[in-house]
Design a protein around this ligand. Structure first.
Ligand code: GDP
Ligand code: MN
Length: 359
């Protein structure tokens, strides 16, 4: 009884060994004769779609040469068909912002849009609302369509859970808040600036009213960096009537007081504008407007980002938004300083107004 069992066991062992042996042989056979060389592996993984079934190498990936000298940046960008990139960091979606954007008379086929939104509940809602409008526009009449749209979700958290004006404007929140906004602007800029971009228009998500000719009007000045005056409409409680007031205090001319304050600060300290605790006595463009000629210019040392037209060359030279104390300035104000160190002067238009949403 023991033998037949043993014989059976032997037989089973044999067939298992045979199967394993055959499988190993087949594996080795295929490994040696059919496995591609490492060179082909590289090509096939990178370019598999372009390989013919006969294994003939595909066309090499294209090399594109751009001559940046041919990208014109002139005071008549429509005639020269210059591409403009409109960049908007966004925490909330305002329909008025989109409506105003749609009304811009600069040819939409020369405009590329870029957005960056935080990955918060509020940011998700804004992304959904934005996407809805983008789809509607890009499927709509051809003259309304933009050249392209990029929507980025930022990979770092905002500092404040509440974006309400009373909370976000507290002085103690400014350094961290402005640092995050600087990073958002940099991420947006560095992922969207293209080889054929002539101009970058920074336009905040809560800018709800500008002249339709905004881009042409600002470009006409032929300045490397130019800011209109950002105002806000409100009901004046004293008169009960619709009135307006300066909003963006980051467009300013420097003062000796501010310079002195900065000189006494620690290396990581930042000056903020518009706070009584830190009176700078700078000349604020928001206070300079006199209702005169809309093309009146003034040189400025600090800029805000609410509405700001920048020649793409300024950014290409390396001017970005420092998320740290740069000459005791941060974000857009730091950007103006960095641009200045690169040889580019900012200009303000005190009488050319754009309007910020009134929460
Ligand atoms: P204020 O007008 O000076 O009070 O500044 P805002 O809070 O309006 O911010 C300026 C712009 O940056 C607006 O377009 C905001 O939607 C946007 N923004 C503010 N905080 C963040 C943020 O954490 N992430 C992103 N992506 N955008 C932000
Ligand atoms: Mn704002």
């Amino acid at each position: 009884m023991a033998r037949p069992l043993g014989a059976v066991r032997l037989k089973r062992t044999n067939s298992i060994t045979l199967i394993i042996g055959a499988a190993t042989f087949i594996f080795i056979f295929f490994f040696f004769f059919f496995s591609p060389s490492s060179q082909t592996v590289n090509q096939s993984t990178q370019n598999s779609a372009k390989r013919s079934s006969k294994g003939i190498p595909a066309k090499a990936p294209p090399v594109t040469v751009y001559n940046l000298n041919n990208v014109t940046i002139t005071n008549d960008p429509v005639t020269h068909r210059e591409s403009i990139l409109i960049l908007t960091p966004m925490t909330r979606f305002y329909q008025e912002y989109w409506n105003n954007l749609m009304k811009l008379s600069y040819p939409h086929e020369l405009i590329t849009l870029g957005f960056i939104l935080p990955k918060t509940k509020e940011g998700n809602a804004a992304t959904a609302a934005l996407q809805k409008q983008v789809i509607k526009t890009q499927k709509g009449p051809e003259k309304d369509r933009f050249q392209g749209v990029t929507i980025l979700r930022q990979d770092f958290d905002p500092v404040l859970s509440s974006q309400d004006e009373s909370v976000r404007h507290k002085l103690e929140h400014q350094k961290a808040r402005r640092a995050v906004m600087a990073k958002a602007r940099n991420s947006l800029l560095f992922t969207t600036l293209g080889a054929s971009t002539s101009w970058v228009l920074w336009l905040d998500a809560d800018i709800v009213e500008t002249p339709p000719t905004l881009i042409q009007d600002l470009a006409l000045h032929d300045k490397p960096i130019i800011a209109p005056n950002c105002f806000q409409r409100f009901i004046n409680p004293e008169t009960g009537k619709l009135d307006e007031r300066g909003y963006d205090f980051n467009n300013w001319q420097d003062s000796e007081t501010a310079q002195k304050l900065a000189a006494e600060m620690g290396p990581d300290d930042v000056l903020f504008e518009g706070y009584a605790e830190m009176a700078t006595y700078r000349t604020l463009m928001a206070r300079v407007s006199d209702g005169g000629d809309i093309h009146t210019e003034m040189p400025i040392d600090g800029v805000g980002g609410t509405t700001l037209l920048v020649k793409a060359d300024v950014h290409r030279d390396g001017a970005m938004f420092p998320p740290f104390a740069f000459y005791h300035l941060i974000e857009t104000e730091g950007f103006a300083k960095m641009a200045k160190r690169l040889g580019w002067q900012a200009t303000g238009l005190p009488n050319y107004k754009v309007y910020h949403y009134n929460e």
